[in-house]
Design a protein around this ligand. Structure first.
Ligand code: ADP
Ligand code: MG
Length: 742
């Protein structure tokens, strides 16, 4: 008789668990800086401070003015600016420069060029011209263009957005000057995320100024949006990550049984940050400070191994660039600590996913110091200021009410699909939370209870007292996808890995249109001879009435809300493909083309790129899952089944009467059969989807229904096996190991 083969007592997975460093001592601890943050904040950006210190006074002034007003760089000053930036960069060890831009991949792109050049005598020298600063022509043919490529013949150019300071990226000893840029086709088509954002900011500013002028707030130069993005992310051990093909390929776990302890003890949120994690986060912050990114908060999030960081808010285009730097720095620095930053919206089933709460408001830039810096979403001291606050609020209610489907489209992705509507994150139904005090004000006005004299109404309603009340108001309703939080809105439904730009473009556009409508209404009512403020109040009243259905103060996670929202006629677009369809409705198209944010081809391209991305993401996940089942889960299950069968046969030959291994082997056998069946269905859906070539909406529809179902079925079978198979045979790091490093 041959000797029985027993399973190994140890496995690569178990060794890995034993080897995981516990404390920062085992990582390099570079994050510790002995100097105060203020001493090095922004040293790697050519921002306001460097401009003032290094540029001639008149040049600095012109540059600052064009930045402030969102204008293009004055060509006259460009050579001096380029020369100064070059000298500054070289003094900091920079050898190359790149236009840094945001194609529609959700990430950033760069192609480096050396400063190195040769003079007439072939002597090497460093060269960086004004035109190199201002414009560049990358070969753009491999970026997603969603059909725009046919019309712009594969080439595009990048142009510096001077509002966003150039910065130096350090990678080991290599230092590269990055020039934040827009990316456009030869006929001006927007090929990137930033161009539409700048357009939407301009048009929002224009519409807001028109309304302000009507209200008597004249001399406003620009109304700009501000944004503070709270970034959620996971940090797990790099070794675990590397052993999970699903995390490596898709950024999320496609199998994995939930551990007995997830987040139910509610002990992780705001808990102490483990030392090893803290070392990593500190180093991330240190790198970001050098880049001038004002990160000011850090804390543990709800799920185990989940964290959040947030900056001080900034003007939106800067905030968008800075958030890209935050995500890139997190990914880069984590590796130095043998950690992996995971930015996916739903890396682990059964515990919270990650979002990017976008705090958004509107502010005034004006020569008039009384107005300059005014946050339009903050109730003021005088009745006039409060009426102004209410009319801007009305515009936001109107915009979100009319275009809630479009806003849902702006946050649609395969990743966010797992988060929205799950019992933890804002639902796929867009509604607005206002808080009880403001709700009372809104409802009084809507019901016509407020005096028709605007001044008296404002005093009586006590709008001026709102900021204090809001501050004390701890009931912040964390379940709302779009919540008013005292002096800003918090758009919580944005996904953690997404670029902020697109959702904010759509929000800006929706609000710009509403501002225009309100302005027109006020104008036409004024002809009837009432005072401006009284007319404004009546228009606000109408707006509050017509948008009542978008306001919801209750629990957005409840089943009742789903029913109630349906009764109110609010769209509930649970799957990404149906949400994305909202980009091409008549209403969305009319909004975005009328305002000049997108032309029709550009908008179609957004739809196409996002649909294509969805289909690709789904297919990558499905292929990965199939491969994991075939090469990891099934082999482990077979080995285990085999060990039971061998043991049973030995027991039988030894004359043992009770042989429980037989029942166990049969049970495992049945589970393996189920898994194999699910895996075959998965395979069929993949083949069917891939056979549909180029019909994206049809592919997306199949993948979001049959595809998602097949993945769920396979996962269910695999997770059941994980809980049965001998631990030492299981080839994948388990949830408890990834999420609760001991
Ligand atoms: P929370 O309780 O949600 O953490 P915070 O007051 O800490 O609220 O703000 C969260 C984010 O909102 C921060 O990034 C902050 O800078 C930003 N924020 C505050 N005011 C504004 C504003 N006017 N516009 C945009 N973002 C803002
Ligand atoms: Mg918040």
């Amino acid at each position: 008789m041959t000797a029985p083969t027993y399973p190994p007592r140890t496995s690569a997975r178990r060794e890995l668990v034993a080897r995981i460093p516990r404390a920062a001592a085992e990582s390099n601890g570079n994050g510790q800086s002995p100097v105060p943050t203020s001493a090095y904040f922004g040293i790697n950006t050519f921002g306001q401070r460097q401009m003032r210190d290094k540029l001639p006074k008149d040049v600095a002034k012109k540059l600052a003015a064009s930045i402030r007003l969102g204008k293009k760089l004055d060509l006259e000053i460009a050579p001096v600016v380029a020369q100064t930036i070059k000298e500054w960069a070289i003094s900091r060890g920079v050898t190359h420069f790149t236009h840094w831009f945001q194609p529609q991949t959700g990430l950033t792109a760069e192609k480096h060029d050396a400063f190195l050049s040769f003079d007439d005598n072939k002597r090497p020298m460093e060269k960086f011209t004004a035109s190199q600063l201002i414009q560049s022509e990358p070969d753009a043919s491999s970026f997603p263009s969603g059909g725009l490529r046919a019309t712009w013949e594969a080439r595009g150019y990048t142009a510096w957005n001077p509002a966003s300071p150039v910065f130096i990226v350090e990678s080991g000893d290599t230092r590269t000057l990055c020039i934040p840029s827009v990316f456009i086709g030869y006929n001006g088509e927007a090929l990137d995320e930033m161009t539409p954002l700048l357009r939407s900011s301009d048009v929002l500013s224009e519409k807001a100024i028109a309304l302000l002028e009507l209200l008597g707030d004249t001399g406003v130069q620009r109304v700009y949006t501000t944004l503070g993005a709270e970034q959620e992310y996971f940090l797990i051990d790099r070794g675990h990550f590397a052993q999970r093909p699903d995390l490596v390929m898709a950024g999320r776990s496609l199998v994995g049984a939930p551990p007995p302890r997830g987040q139910q003890l509610e002990d992780h949120y705001f808990g102490g940050i483990p030392e090893r994690i803290q070392a990593c986060i500190s180093e991330v912050e240190h790198e970001l400070y050098k880049l001038g990114v004002p990160i000011v908060t850090r804390h543990n999030e709800v799920a185990p191994s989940q964290f959040e960081m947030a900056p001080v808010f900034e003007e939106t285009d800067i905030a968008v660039d800075h958030n890209q730097m935050v995500m890139a720095t997190l990914r880069k620095v984590a590796l130095r600590h043998d950690l992996q930053a995971i930015l996916h919206e739903k890396p682990f089933a059964g515990i919270n996913g990650s979002g990017k709460h976008c705090n958004w408001s509107l502010s005034i830039a004006a020569d008039n110091p009384e107005l300059d810096g005014t946050n339009l979403l903050k109730p003021g001291k005088t009745p006039h200021q409060n009426l102004r606050f209410l009319v801007f609020l009305a515009a936001i209610l109107k915009g979100v009410h009319k275009h809630s489907g479009l806003l849902r489209a702006g946050i649609a992705s395969s990743g966010n699909e797992h988060r929205l509507g799950a019992n933890e994150a804002p639902p796929a139904i867009i509604s607005i939370f206002m808080g009880s005090t403001l709700t009372q004000v809104i409802e009084s006005i809507a019901a016509g209870k407020a005096s028709t004299n605007a001044t008296q109404a404002m005093i009586k309603l006590g709008v001026a007292r709102l900021p204090e009340i809001e501050k004390d108001n701890t009931d912040r309703n964390r379940t709302s996808p779009f919540a008013f939080t005292g002096n800003k809105f918090e758009f919580r439904a944005v996904g953690s890995s997404a670029s902020i730009a697109f959702p904010i473009v759509l929000l800006n556009a929706a609000v710009a249109e509403a501002l225009e409508e309100l302005t027109e209404q006020i104008r036409s009512n004024m002809k009837r001879g009432k005072s401006v403020d009284d007319v404004v109040l009546s228009v606000v009243q109408e707006a509050f009435k017509e948008t009542a259905s978008i306001r919801f103060e209750g629990n957005n996670y409840s089943e009742d809300w789903v029913k109630e929202a349906a009764k109110r006629g609010l769209p509930n677009l649970r799957r990404s493909p149906e949400a994305l369809e909202q980009l091409t409705t008549k209403q969305s198209r009319a909004l975005l083309t009328k305002l000049g944010v997108f032309n029709k081809a550009e908008l179609d391209s957004r739809f196409h790129v996002r649909m294509e991305r969805y289909v690709k993401d789904m297919l990558i996940e499905m292929h990965t899952l199939k491969e994991m089942v075939d090469t990891l889960v099934l082999p482990a299950a077979f080995t285990y089944a085999n060990s039971l069968v061998t043991a049973a046969s030995h027991a039988k030959s030894a004359g043992v009467k009770t042989i429980p291994q037989i029942a166990a082997a049969n049970e495992i056998g049945g589970m393996i059969e189920d898994l194999r069946e699910g895996r075959d269905t998965l395979q069929k859906v993949i083949e069917q989807a891939e056979g549909m070539h180029d019909d994206l909406p049809k592919q997306a529809k199949l993948l979001t229904t049959a595809g998602a179902d097949a993945m769920a079925e396979v996962r269910g079978c695999s997770d059941a096996l994980e809980l049965k198979i001998a631990d030492e045979l299981w080839p994948l790091p388990k949830y408890r190991e990834m999420l609760f490093p001991v």
